[in-house]
Design a binder for this molecule. Sequence first.
Ligand code: 4NP
Length: 173
Amino acid sequence: MRTATIPAPRTAGSYSVGIVCLGNICRSPMGEIVLRERVDEAGLSRHVRVASCGTGGWHVGNAMDHRAASALLSWGYDPSEHRAQQLAPHWFAEHDLLLAMDAANLAEMGGRSERVHLFRDHDPVAPGADVPDPYYGGEQGFNDVLHMVERVAAGLVATLQRTPGVTGPTGLP
Ligand code: 4NP
C-alpha cells in the first residue's frame, strides 16, 4: 500500500529527517534509531540523515528512558548514544522533513505543512494516528511503540527510495 508522499530534498543527494516528540527520551529516539537502521539496510546512509528532538526541554542532555532503551536492546538495536535535544527554530530550516509523534507535538510545531507531518501520516495501517506516549504506562507500551515505529520506518524507507532527488540530482542536463 502507498503511504503519504514526502517533499523533495532542499539539496539533491541529501535528505534530513527530524523526528519530534515531547521529551525526546522515549518515542522520537526509538523512531530515530529504528529509521536509521532501516536506512542503513536499504543502502541509503550516504544520503539520508535522521535526528530527533523534543518540544520540551526537561531532559536535554539525558540518555534515553531506561524502558525505551530496554525495548530497543531486546530487539537488537543500540540505544546507548542517544542524548536528548530540544526543538529549536533551526530544526525547521535544517531538515527536509519533520515528523511529529502525536497531535500535541504537531500543534506545538504550528501544524502540518509541506515539511511538517505526523509520523503516522506514513503508517500504512492507520495513517494519521498518534504514537501514544508510553511515559506514564508500563513496559508493554514501549514494545507497542517499537513495533509501530518499525512498521512506519519500513514505509518511510520505501517512500524515500521513490522520492526524486534523495539519492542525487534528477534527470539529465
Ligand atoms: P516522549 O515521552 O515524549 O516519548 O519522550 C515523554 C518523556 C518525558 C515526559 C513526557 C513524555 N515528561 O513529562 O517528562
